[in-house]
Design a protein around this ligand. Structure first.
Ligand SMILES: [Zn+2]
Length: 79
């Protein structure tokens, strides 16, 4: 179950329907909650169930998040 270099520090996100481990890096939507936590919406590649779960933001996505935050001028509360 190796993702594309996506580190999973906590328990992985799994499909509530079939139990497939979902890669949060392949998210359909990401709602940032804090500088390292986000609500991910991921579609299961096997059964197409849409799953949502709050997970730590992987390091490779944090750069994106911080850039996006800077663009909209939003304070992320984590200077
Ligand atoms: Zn599934």
């Amino acid at each position: 179950m190796q993702g594309k270099g996506c580190e999973m520090k906590s328990s992985p996100m799994v499909c509530p329907n079939c139990g497939t481990v979902l890669d949060v890096c392949a998210y359909q939507a990401m709602l940032v909650i804090s500088c390292d936590l986000a609500l991910f919406t991921v579609e299961c590649p096997k059964c197409n169930t849409i799953a949502s779960s709050i997970k730590p933001i992987p390091g490779q996505l944090q750069e994106e998040v911080h850039l996006a935050a800077r663009e909209v001028g939003a304070g992320m509360g984590c200077e």
